[in-house]
Design a protein around this ligand. Structure first.
Ligand SMILES: Cc1cc2nc3c(=O)[nH]c(=O)nc-3n(C[C@H](O)[C@H](O)[C@H](O)COP(=O)(O)OP(=O)(O)OC[C@H]3O[C@@H](n4cnc5c(N)ncnc54)[C@H](O)[C@@H]3O)c2cc1C
Length: 382
């Protein structure tokens, strides 16, 4: 009955469903255990009429025109450039740390001297990671590197990851650079915007094809089972393609052990205020148990009587209790993942894709790119 079964209706699963159904007339069954499509990008209007991101703030940004053009088939865009402030030494300052942050936190003469050195060393408009800045020998550059490390990275990393910055994969710490410019925007990509009607509408459009059947509130375990080297679907042998975007360790019954994640307890609060904070997101590296607060109405500049915020309390992922958010990259975990990846090759008709199945951190544009690449290479070649 079905040519393809897809587990997970996030970007990875939905894009492959859309491509296979619309371009190859394949009959696709897409299963998700949640009550909604969209995976972690799901958004919805809360009871106060404010569009919230149910799994934490999602800001779209890319420099890849192909990704932008592909998504533009499913949405129009609301022009939005994300800004973040950090609460540092009693002041709200731009994050990532940039030259404006420098002048807000230090006397002009000192800031100017450090600014000149940063520009001379890295060039105006460029970005440097904290770990690279810390390698500087110059006294002032060393001072500022240590300041940024201690005030912006150290405690944030402890809260977010329960680890020191230097224990993290370098790609993780590089995600928040030091910016040698006065551009207060959080991202520097060519395309920065929000879907005009929200992310969920994108997924609704992707999955409307008559060839796609969506099953929600359904754990794949109840529908799709693994035999020695094959799958069975609703109790009968299934020889079509299986695209899996859930947790790979769950798929293989944790045979090599659990892959660890960090989770977040998101606490939404509605305030009877016009505005709660200056920027859409405020980071609290050194104060409180939460890492950041996002005020959703600031994204679309929507006019509501009240405002909804979300505080993010990072926590350990406990299977069956909370949601796996961020893979924890360590050598040990990466090795464990490789065992699962190797084992998956026994199943000729299985594709693992997405942040959970590949145990990778993908931004939205990355996962869109990955899904389109997998479609072209694996399902549309010759
Ligand atoms: C807090 C947070 C903030 C983020 N902010 C940004 C941002 O600002 N900008 C950006 O570009 N990216 C952001 N991202 C990344 C973005 O969420 C991912 O790129 C995207 O969700 C990846 O899509 P996916 O399809 O791989 O995974 P998911 O969206 O997680 O989809 C996987 C799906 O599989 C389903 N599933 C899992 N197990 C089962 C099962 N047993 N049975 C059935 N279904 C199952 C899940 O319910 C889920 O719907 C953020 C991520 C997080 C965690």
């Amino acid at each position: 009955m079905y040519d393809v079964v897809i587990v997970g209706a996030g970007f990875a699963g939905s894009i492959l469903a859309e491509r296979l159904a619309s371009q190859q007339n394949k009959k696709v069954l897409i299963i998700d255990k949640r009550f909604h499509i969209g995976g972690n990008c799901f958004d919805s209007f809360d009871e106060h009429g404010i569009l919230i991101h149910n799994y934490g703030p999602h800001l779209f940004h890319t420099s890849n025109k192909q990704i932008w053009d592909y998504l533009s088939k499913f949405t129009t865009w609301y022009n939005y450039h994300h800004k973040v402030e950090g609460f540092i030494d009693g002041q709200y300052v731009p994050i990532p740390f940039n030259l404006n942050t420098l002048y807000k936190l230090f006397p002009d003469k000192m800031a100017s001297s450090i600014e000149n050195k940063l520009i001379e060393k890295y060039g105006f408009g460029n970005r440097v990671t904290i770990l690279d800045l810390q390698k500087e020998d110059d006294k002032e550059l060393k001072f500022i590197a240590n300041f940024i490390y201690e005030k912006i990275f150290l405690n944030y990393s402890a809260k977010q990851w329960n680890k020191k910055v230097e224990e993290l994969d370098s790609a993780v710490s590089a995600r928040v650079p030091i910016v040698i410019s006065k551009d207060d925007r959080y991202f520097n990509d060519n395309y920065q915007a929000l879907p005009e009607q929200g992310y969920t509408k994108i997924f609704e459009k992707m999955l409307t094809d008559k060839n796609i059947h969506v099953m929600l509130n359904s754990n794949f375990k109840d529908i799709l089972t693994l035999e020695e080297k094959t799958f069975s679907l609703f109790g009968s042998e299934f020889n079509g393609e299986v695209i899996f975007t859930g947790m790979v360790d769950e798929l293989f019954d944790y045979k090599f052990g659990e892959l660890p994640y960090r989770s977040i307890d998101l606490k939404f609060e509605n305030k009877k205020l016009e505005s709660y904070q200056n920027a859409t997101t405020t980071n609290y590296p050194n104060d409180y148990d939460y890492t950041r607060i996002t005020e959703f109405k600031k994204m679309y500049n929507s006019k509501n009587d009240s405002t909804t915020i979300a505080k993010e309390y990072p926590q350990e992922f406990i299977n069956g209790v909370n949601t796996p958010y961020y893979p924890l990259f360590t050598d040990e975990n990466n090795t464990k993942y490789k065992q699962y990846e190797e084992y998956s090759k026994k199943f000729k008709n299985l594709t693992l894709i997405g942040r959970l199945a590949e145990y990778k951190y993908y931004d939205m544009d990355d996962i869109v790119a990955r899904a389109l690449e997998v479609y072209e290479d694996k399902f549309n070649a010759n």
